[in-house]
Design a protein around this ligand. Structure first.
Ligand SMILES: NC(=O)c1ccc[n+]([C@@H]2O[C@H](COP(=O)([O-])OP(=O)(O)OC[C@H]3O[C@@H](n4cnc5c(N)ncnc54)[C@H](OP(=O)(O)O)[C@@H]3O)[C@@H](O)[C@H]2O)c1
Length: 484
């Protein structure tokens, strides 16, 4: 192999096509050697890290530029650019990263023609005419040797620089139509992403384990557990599950009769010793303040605050008659939960490793149709409580976000709006099964509980970022995904 320290090569500034021609000749074997012309229709291509630059970042807007690409045994590729301030030769990826940045203007997008070096040596002929000014002087002194020519070609430099396909190009190379920088950047991003996935996976596992260690051991027995919306559905089932594990229960809702029935069941069937009920409308500040004051007086702490009260809808936004519907949903689901959490913070802080359980919905991570107001309120809950979790983690307060799928409850009956589309309960999860999963996750201090395979897939798709796909899928989902 020849000595390629660039000082020893034939080099004339501003005649890169000829410099590269001599460089090709210096290679003994040309099997994996390619000449790369870079230009565009506007004859304006930016290349960074150029010796001729007057700027600190080495940018030069060339009319064209020529470099050599050499594929090595190790399958890596080296770039030989006699005008670069980078190493000579330079690793392809470093060269692309440093020299092929992108100016945000299409007139500067680069195009590339790649020609096997062997072909180049056979057909290239110098054309120095474009370097001569009108007065006959040179823009840059020409090489001291005679112009290169072959038996077949003279003055054919323009054919190499011309980046319009099918113009004299088919015989000796091909043009990459897109900006190759974007292509290689995407490749690098992809490789980086593939490396990142296992690292993220391990990191995720580690942080989950760390959280689990911090949150447990934690037993429900004798814990002060407050459940909103405990008069029916998931809240009611949660009351029974906590009761079976001997929690000290405070059940809230607006329907006192229903609450009384649930409390009785908790005691008589589930064996709870302490169950009280409180009439609380979570949208009423007066109710919430009075409730928290009474809790302070009776227990002076909350070990577990279950924010479950909620209402839903089931129609397109267009068919909503009165925007009050959206406001009401937000009032109950979002402000109801956040107002109670806000006022309960001092009591939570009086407990050891307290929990806040937020009953959101798959509609809080997957934008299912017919639920604009509902999905909005549930998405908002996630933002609020994930942020709050980051504030409270050093206080050892653990927030569990719960995203159930379709659960068999009274939610169809309680749905707001004039003509809500009913949830299909044919594949619904029984509420006691749902409650068991929530309570187990609460004990473990889980960050989130996502129900159903579809929900988990949706969460993954959302995390992976192809929102285009998830929106497309969700826009066409059937009843199966009409989660509440
Ligand atoms: N069922 C599902 O498929 C499903 C799926 C995912 C998530 N979720 C969520 O689970 C939670 C419970 O719903 P569910 O299915 O069990 O429906 P549900 O049977 O209708 O229960 C709703 C509960 O919320 C309470 N509530 C409503 N407005 C209230 C207010 N202003 N103040 C206090 N409490 C209020 C109700 O109690 P009062 O009427 O006594 O006030 C009731 O106990 C909701 O947050 C819902 O979004 C349900």
């Amino acid at each position: 192999m020849s000595d390629f320290s660039n000082e020893k090569l034939i080099y004339t500034p501003c005649y890169c096509e000829e410099n590269v021609y001599h460089l090709c000749k210096a290679f003994g074997k040309l099997d994996d050697v390619y000449v790369c012309f870079i230009s565009n229709e506007n004859r304006s291509i930016p290349i960074w890290k150029q010796r001729a630059s007057k700027f600190p970042d080495g940018i030069v807007i060339w009319d064209y530029h020529v470099i050599l690409l050499v594929k090595e045994m190790s399958n890596s590729t080296k770039v030989y650019d006699l005008d670069t301030t980078l190493s000579f030769p330079c690793d392809f990826s470093i060269y692309v990263q440093e020299s092929f940045k992108t100016l945000d203007d299409p007139q500067y997008y680069r195009k590339y023609r790649i020609i096997p070096a062997e072909t180049y040596l056979k057909i290239f002929a110098s054309d120095r005419s474009h370097m001569i000014k009108k007065d006959g002087t040179w823009y840059a002194s020409p090489p001291i040797y005679s112009p290169i020519s072959t038996s077949e070609s003279v003055n054919n430099l323009p054919s190499f620089i011309n980046m319009i396909e099918n113009v004299d190009s088919k015989d000796f190379g091909f043009v990459l139509d897109d900006d190759v920088t974007a292509y290689f950047t995407e490749t690098l991003v992809f490789i980086g992403f593939m490396l990142l996935v296992p690292i993220l996976y391990v990191a995720n596992f580690y942080f989950r384990y760390k959280r689990y260690k911090a949150a447990t051991p934690w037993s429900i027995q004798d814990k002060v557990v407050v459940i909103t919306g405990a008069s029916s559905g998931i809240g009611e089932a949660l009351a029974y599950e906590f009761a079976r594990q001997d929690a000290n229960l405070i059940l809230c809702g607006r329907k006192v009769d229903s609450l009384a029935k649930v409390a009785k069941e908790c005691k008589e069937t589930c064996g709870a010793k302490n169950v009280t009920i409180q009439k609380v409308d979570v949208t009423s500040e007066t109710d919430v303040m009075r409730f928290v004051a009474s809790l302070e007086a009776s227990h002076n702490k909350i070990d577990c605050l279950v924010l479950n009260a909620g209402v839903s809808m089931g129609e397109t936004l267009e068919s909503v008659e009165d925007f009050e519907l959206i406001k009401t949903i937000m009032d109950v689901n979002y402000f109801g939960a956040t107002m109670l959490a806000f006022n309960s913070l001092p009591l939570l802080k009086n407990a050891e490793k307290p929990r806040i359980v937020v009953n959101s919905s798959l509609a809080g991570i997957i934008p299912v149709p017919f639920r604009t107001g509902y999905a909005g309120s549930k998405f908002a809950l996630r933002g609020f409580f994930e942020s709050l979790q980051n504030e409270l983690i050093d206080d050892n307060i653990f927030i569990t976000m719960v995203y159930p799928g379709v659960v068999k409850t009274d939610i169809n009956k309680n749905r707001l709006g004039d003509n809500p589309k009913a949830l299909d309960f044919s594949n619904a999860m029984p509420s006691d099964e749902c409650a068991k999963i929530i309570v187990d996750g609460t004990v473990q201090g889980k960050k989130e509980i996502v129900f159903t395979a579809t929900g988990k897939l949706g969460r993954l798709m959302e995390a992976a970022g192809p929102s285009g796909i998830s929106n497309e899928v969700m826009a066409h989902v059937g009843d199966e995904l009409q989660h509440d």
